[in-house]
Design a protein around this ligand. Sequence first.
Ligand code: NAG
Ligand code: NAG
Ligand code: NAG
Ligand code: NAG
Ligand code: NAG
Ligand code: NAG
Length: 369
Amino acid sequence: MAPPGRRERPFSSGRFPGLLLATLVLQLSSFSDACEAPPTFEAMELIGKPKPYYKVGERVDYKCKKGYFYIPPLATHSICDRNHTWLPVSDEGCYREMCPHIQDPLNGEAILVNGSYEFGSELHFICNEGYYLIGKDILYCELKDTVAIWSDKPPLCEKILCTPPPKIKNGKHTFSEVEVFEYLDAVTYSCDPAPGPDPFSLIGESMIYCGNNSTWSHAAPECKVVKCRFPVVENGKQISGFGKKFYYKATVMFECDKGYYLNGSDKIVCESNSTWDPPVPKCLKGPRPTYKPPVSNYPGYPKPDEGILNSLDDWVIALIVIVIVVAVAVICVALYRFLQGRKKKGKADGGPEYATYQMKSTAPAEQRG
Ligand SMILES: *[C@@H]1O[C@H](CO)[C@@H](O)[C@H](O)[C@H]1NC(C)=O
Ligand SMILES: *[C@@H]1O[C@H](CO)[C@@H](O)[C@H](O)[C@H]1NC(C)=O
Ligand SMILES: *[C@@H]1O[C@H](CO)[C@@H](O)[C@H](O)[C@H]1NC(C)=O
Ligand SMILES: *[C@@H]1O[C@H](CO)[C@@H](O)[C@H](O)[C@H]1NC(C)=O
Ligand SMILES: *[C@@H]1O[C@H](CO)[C@@H](O)[C@H](O)[C@H]1NC(C)=O
Ligand SMILES: *[C@@H]1O[C@H](CO)[C@@H](O)[C@H](O)[C@H]1NC(C)=O
């Protein structure tokens, strides 16, 4: 059981008490098993080379690994016990080296996401609203040789500033003399009075503000004459949005005369390219399809389309088929009963059965006559 060569092994300590202890250990090991390799740890390592076998009572010592430092009082040694076991020992007394403390940046915050400054942890930076980050937003605490250091220098939080917003043709914006705009500073655009009969329309956002990326929240609007042609709908009439001129966003609604139905949208809007969107509708002659509700422009009703027409056709076909099937069935029953009645006629002319039959059909009347 004992490993080979153990008895021959010379005692390292020449001192008498050591020799006595070693002799005792040797004796104990002769009737109990020796220990094998001592436990290994993440944060500490064995002092000296590990041996394949250890005698019962033999002691091993550990030290904290590179990048870790020891804080008492937890023991860093173990002793080989009987039964192949080592007395319990842990590396919890070895602490990771820590990176230097970093303060919150001015107008920002440093967040220790792993809750410690030990190497392996991360420090995240965010800037207050209205400020932007210059530098790395994440720093890593890394072990360089035996010291823990941050992967980069901490970032800065700078105030968000915008350059003046764009100047536009045929229009102007407020604060036009201001050189530098701060976060959320806003300007409002307006169009100049037009030289001609038609005014300029402002297309886009009239108010824009200095936003997160030191960029304006929206593109500058456009000022131009937008004029849609008078929307003529033959055999129909306007029902709202009356006017002589139709500028940007003018909205007109239509209705067809009696005997005509609307093809297109009943509502059109004058768009920035001076066209109606959707296009001006038509009033087409013909019976208004029966599925159309009596009230025109009924808001909840879907636009007439082929889908509804098709499903309507299907219904009609289905109805015809049902009528034919029922008719055939009735005729068959009638014929059967008629033939039955003829058979019975020889024996008993006109039973109760015959009477009911008479009520249902006129055929027997001819038969009697
Ligand atoms: C030795 O191990 C056995 C089984 O693994 C256990 O029953 C026994 O209690 C142990 N003896 C000591 C002294 O720990
Ligand atoms: C630290 O936290 C980050 C983010 O939660 C995670 O990805 C990383 O693995 C953590 N590191 C350690 C050593 O726990
Ligand atoms: C700027 O970004 C921050 C954080 O993402 C957000 O809370 C804020 O609403 C943004 N501001 C604007 C004007 O979009
Ligand atoms: C800021 O810029 C980035 C890329 O440059 C973009 O993805 C983001 O949408 C921008 N945010 C704002 C609020 O404009
Ligand atoms: C309605 O107009 C569209 C094109 O504008 C056309 O394709 C469609 O056939 C018309 N419908 C009817 C029932 O005339
Ligand atoms: C005008 O604008 C509308 C909607 O923006 C678009 O549907 C239409 O195609 C445009 N027409 C022309 C001629 O550009």
